[in-house]
Ligand binder design. Structure first.
Ligand code: HEM
Length: 343
């Protein structure tokens, strides 16, 4: 018979609760707040582990070519993405707890920590890389991994060269069946004069969108034109962006609801990550002013740079500039309408 499960053994509390070694004590100093500092960081790392676990499971599902808007897989993806968002929200709020430590309390032990720094959180960089942040898009490329151990750099590089969540979502959007199925469009009644090489729906939509632009917004028309008929792709391809835009526009159809939630959760993930960066940089400013970080970066300047640059799903965010009033949307064919409803 197997051994009865015991709370402490199961959670390996022996290991976890003996894993807080205060550097200040090793120097004969009693810096009270160092305990809080250690526990906060450890709990962040545990949550990063959970986030990585969720991203991996989502990526595993999204890798399947048969994932579509009708499969139950999509529900699991949306559910787990939402869990990541909720965890991130909690991580943002945890900064409140650390901010009960004053700059003077921090100075009691700060110097004993050099050259260690949150910069060496390889899990954080793995979270960013798995979500889709590419090396080329990183701020401070020359040193973002300079403080890490060889095996940690290797792990990050492996992730960077594997399929990211962004790429998997891009492929899923490219497979989105709405525009490749001619049956949905043979009875579509176009409004604007047809233009060769442009799908009648997008031709109509472009007109509707442009009519709704205010005087100072006319330059936006070029952005939508690029998505509809441009040759250059960004992180998301134009084909994927067209599917995403269609989902955002027609999310009131039942079959587009989960795809909408998926996209929305990606935007929310980006927003929560950047909110965390913002709270972190403000805390850093308050804690160390203009001094350099223990990791040797320019401190708050580096963190500001990363805050500006590390949005991952900016192509999706940009689509919100190209939305038109719901009441003026092109009327879909009866065939497509019925395909977008359950049953
Ligand atoms: C007293 C509180 C804190 C201070 C003063 C502080 C300071 C800094 C500084 C100055 C940097 C820039 C790199 C360098 O060290 O030169 C940094 C990076 C970082 N810190 Fe903190 N930090 C604090 C708390 C935290 C906490 C609680 C976490 C949670 C895990 C954290 C995670 C990170 C991460 C992930 C980075 C790298 C960010 C990136 O590369 O974009 N920090 N921190």
């Amino acid at each position: 018979m197997s051994k009865e499960v015991n709370y402490s053994d199961y959670l390996q509390l022996d290991k976890i609760l003996h894993a807080q070694e205060m550097e200040s004590l090793k120097h004969g100093v009693n810096a009270h707040d160092e305990m809080l500092f250690i526990i906060i960081h450890q709990s962040y790392e545990l949550w990063f582990k959970q986030i990585i676990f969720e991203i991996d499971s989502i990526a595993g599902i999204m890798t399947k070519p048969e994932v579509n808007d009708k499969s139950s897989d999509l529900q699991v993806v949306v559910h787990r993405l939402n869990r990541i968002v909720v965890i991130l929200k909690m991580l943002v709020n945890k900064i409140d707890v650390l901010e009960t430590m004053t700059p003077m309390d921090f100075l009691d032990f700060r110097d004993y920590l050099r050259p260690a720094s949150g910069f060496q959180s390889w899990q954080f960089k793995i979270v960013e890389a798995k979500l889709g942040l590419k090396f080329e898009e990183r701020y401070g490329q020359q040193y973002y991994i300079s403080q890490l151990r060889d095996e940690q750099v290797k792990m990050i590089k492996t992730v960077e060269s594997s399929k990211t969540l962004l790429e998997l979502v891009n492929s899923w959007l490219e497979r989105f069946p709405v525009f490749d199925n001619e049956a949905y469009w043979k009875n579509y009644k176009s409004v604007a004069p047809l233009v060769k090489g442009i799908h009648p729906f997008w031709n109509d939509y472009r007109h509707i969108y442009e009519q709704g632009l205010a005087e100072g917004e006319k330059q936006n028309a070029a952005g939508l034109k690029e998505i509809i008929s441009g040759a250059g792709d960004a992180a998301f391809s134009n084909k994927a962006k067209r599917s995403a835009l269609f989902i955002l526009l027609y999310r009131h159809y039942p079959l587009l609801h989960l795809p909408f939630l998926l996209l929305n959760n990606l935007l929310e993930t980006d927003e929560q990550l950047s909110t965390w960066r913002f709270r972190h940089v403000n805390m850093v400013h308050r804690m160390i002013g203009a001094r350099t970080g223990t990791g040797g970066s320019t401190g708050k300047d580096y963190l500001h740079g990363a805050l500006q640059k590390h949005y991952i799903y900016k192509d999706l965010l940009a689509l919100n500039s190209f939305l038109a009033d719901r009441r003026r949307l092109p009327v879909l064919s009866a065939e497509l309408e019925s395909a977008l409803r359950f049953g």
